[in-house]
Design a protein around this ligand. Structure first.
Ligand code: MN3
Length: 222
């Protein structure tokens, strides 16, 4: 009798803890650090407004809904539902994480500055030159089949930079790399302006990369 009530208390305590933890991690749509039109002529205001206010916001809403369902299932010990929720958490959570980073990777053309310091040194060491890295990134990213992302990442095991891509909303960390720079090549990111010409979009995006942010990501990753 005593043992049973102790177990019940332990379960109740665990549920309360899970509930509190889930509340804390509710995702929010971050504000952009620039106006919707700030990236013109590379990315127009209409794309930016739809992309941030509609697309990213939907990932946030669906991520929170999926997390809530997951927490309810977890509290009940409903493992089947917990497992069934994981694709929705990966897709919408990935969408939130990736877009939150993407906005920061971009800057107005008037504020553009070339990469420098440790970041530039490592790009030159690992790719030969900045141009060579950009060519490799552009080629790999343009070639993503369907929807996905291009990445410059840092490999903690080797201490080297690498270019990779992911499908859908899979975050860069699923490749084993820490993301430094991410470029969205879903059609919603460029179609209203570039139509089918994804190569032109990716080539132009180099004019608005926030290399200071990319360099800070490298410092944090090392
Ligand atoms: Mn997108």
């Amino acid at each position: 009798m005593l043992r049973r009530s102790t177990n019940a208390l332990a379960r109740a305590t665990a549920h309360a803890t899970y509930g509190a933890r889930r509340t804390v991690v509710t995702a929010k749509l971050p504000d952009l650090e620039y106006d919707f039109g700030a990236l013109e002529p590379v990315i127009n205001a209409e794309i930016m407004e739809l992309h941030h206010q509609k697309h990213h916001n939907t990932y946030v809403t669906n991520f929170n809904a999926a997390q809530e369902k997951y927490a309810e299932a977890e509290a009940k010990g409903d493992y089947s539902t917990m497992i069934a929720m994981q694709p929705a958490i990966k897709f919408n959570g990935g969408g939130h994480v990736n877009h939150s980073m993407f906005w920061k990777c971009l800057t107005a053309p008037k504020d553009f500055a070339m990469p420098e310091g440790e970041l530039l040194k490592m790009i030159e060491r690992d790719f030969g030159s900045l141009d060579a890295m950009q060519d490799k990134f552009t080629t790999a990213t343009v070639a993503v089949q369907g929807s996905g992302w291009g990445w410059l990442g840092y490999n903690k095991a080797t201490g080297k930079l690498a270019v990779t891509t992911t499908a859908n909303q899979d975050p860069c960390v699923t490749t084993g790399l820490t993301p430094l720079l991410g470029v969205d090549v879903w059609e919603h990111a460029y179609y209203l302006q570039y139509k089918n010409l994804r190569p032109d979009y990716v080539k132009n995006i180099w004019k608005i990369i926030n290399w200071k942010y990319v360099g800070d990501n490298l410092k944090n990753a090392m």
